[in-house]
Design a protein. Sequence first.
Length: 218
Amino acid sequence: MLLNPRKAVLAEFVGTATLVMAVVGSGIAAQRLTDDVGLQLLINALATVATLGVLIAVLLPISGAHLNPVITLVMMIRGEVPRRVGVAYVAAQLTGGVAGTLMAHAMYERALVSTFHRDRGSHGTWLGELIATAGLVLVVLLAQRAALAWAVPAWIGAAYFFTSSTSFANPAVTVGRALTDSFAGIRWIDVPGFVIAQVVGGLLALLLARALIAKESE
């Protein structure tokens, strides 16, 4: 139960903005540091994982550290977050994602908004997003609360490298990344496919978690 919904919504905005700033900012830094795409991905992944772990540890007592509309949707379905608060969370997460990209661009003195052109849309990529998001939701639902600050970043870090999509796993992050032409970018035309895959993955994970928990209690 949330002690202060207003503070919780603010935490979701600040947390999501910080997460996207780390994703986009580290992508820009990686491109400046090296031309090796594999090393760029590693830099991007390490910065994202570290930032995510800190954000969960700090914000978990305030808002639950969702930082992700799919997580919020799942928690609303489970009855753990009131619908009104959940809608406010999603709005805060989406605006936070946009703000994070703008801040990253401002830090590196780039145009605040730019357009990515490389194709990220394919059936294999969408399947990768479904798997990345389903795994993330399963971790959130099945891991002990005290383990979330390392378990969630561990999954995201691994999924960066084994999924075909490099694990966006978050509609708010996806929207934020659609505003940059840097290493972390995505074309606007590819965003709907990613978001649909993320939502489907989250809902499938919810069903699987229910099945797993039911088996354990039998």
